[in-house]
Design a protein. Structure first.
Length: 340
């Protein structure tokens, strides 16, 4: 039964990945258009600073900040972002709502695959979902946490652009190359926005699945990771942990874990956590843990379960993350409620 449940989970994971790819493409296209509109400004500023440097003028980063052309560039960057952020918010919210719907459907299919199918379990549908609960799961009304995250993604962007300019000119690089490096620095908020989009969509999927489990009478769910060479060390170490369905799922940015329904009697020999990890080639193990953690594990200095640590945030709640090397060396790590 476990194998059938995991097969269904993998199918829905692939569907989520396809939705994520579509959102990424849409956000990237919009952002690239913004960068293209700003490229002339990047080039003009790089050429101005290059001329100043060629005339033996000192051009520290503090002076760049005071240049009129730099001030105009920053103002234009902010205007572009003010147009991008609502567009990104709408795209991410739409992706979340789709993920909420998919999470409900996936939960019903997962229960059926495992043989847990009381008559009322599939009556929980998006149409009957209480509006207040939906808004709580989405968590992104105008001016809410999602918009705050997107706006925070822009913080420090002007400094990154100035730093790329100062370092590039300081190294004697061609102004055209420096302008492209400035554009790359300008693109950092897109990387953050894509992380937010992926995290919020996956979180919505898990939240609606979990709410469906509660509604169907299930009392426990099990954490399962992506089980590939990109899986977080914390996620694979926490795999197999059992929770009450009353407990929310602890994730982290870009977390790809799933919450599978669990009830007495479901069984199988599907390998989880360390049992799966030990069957992987050394290259995969090192990719997951990194060389230092891998060496600590192979030497017996740390146990596998120590690679996972639970943290908490007043705004975003709990998270399971990879234990820092410093904490591992101090004997830390491990989840308080871990169930083998």
């Amino acid at each position: 039964m476990i194998a059938a449940v995991v097969e269904v989970e993998r199918k829905w994971r692939a569907a989520l990945a396809a939705g994520d790819a579509a959102t990424v493409e849409a956000l990237s296209a919009r952002y690239e258009a913004m960068a293209a509109r700003l490229m002339a400004n990047f080039e003009a500023l790089a050429e101005q600073v290059a001329r100043m440097a060629a005339a033996d003028e000192a051009v520290p980063i503090g002076r760049i900040y005071r240049l009129e052309r730099y001030q105009r560039l920053i103002a234009e960057m902010l205007r572009e972002w003010q147009e991008f952020a609502p567009h990104a918010e709408a795209l991410i919210s739409a992706a979340q709502r789709q993920a909420l719907d998919d999470g409900l459907k996936a939960a019903a299919e997962l229960r059926r695959a495992g043989g847990y199918a009381p008559a009322y379990v599939d009556t929980f549908a998006m149409e009957g979902y209480p509006k207040a609960a939906l808004e709580q799961l989405v968590g992104q009304t105008q001016g809410g946490p999602l918009r705050a995250l997107l706006d925070a993604a822009m913080d420090g962007n002007a400094d990154e652009v100035a730093r790329a300019l100062s370092e590039g000119i300081g190294l004697g690089r061609n102004p055209a190359l420096v302008a492209r490096q400035m554009a790359d620095a300008y693109g950092l908020p897109l990387v953050r926005a894509l992380c937010i989009a992926r995290t919020e969509m996956l979180g919505a999927f898990r939240s609606s699945s979990l709410e469906s489990y509660r509604n169907s009478g299930l009392t426990q769910y099990e954490r399962i990771s992506a089980q590939d060479d990109r899986v977080c060390a914390g996620c694979i170490a926490a795999e197999g942990e059992l929770f009450s369905t009353e407990q929310d799922f602890d994730d982290h940015p870009n977390c790809r874990c799933a919450c599978l329904p669990y009830w007495p009697g479901i069984g199988g020999d599907f390998k989880l956590g360390e049992a799966w990890f030990t069957e992987q080639p050394e290259s995969t193990q090192r990719s997951i843990l990194g060389n230092t953690r891998y060496g600590m594990y192979k030497s017996g200095e740390v146990k596998f379960h120590q690679f996972a640590t639970r943290t908490s945030n007043d705004t975003w709640g709990g998270a399971v993350v990879a234990t820092t090397i410093r904490d591992l060396k101090a004997g830390g790590g491990g989840l308080a409620e871990f169930v083998l």
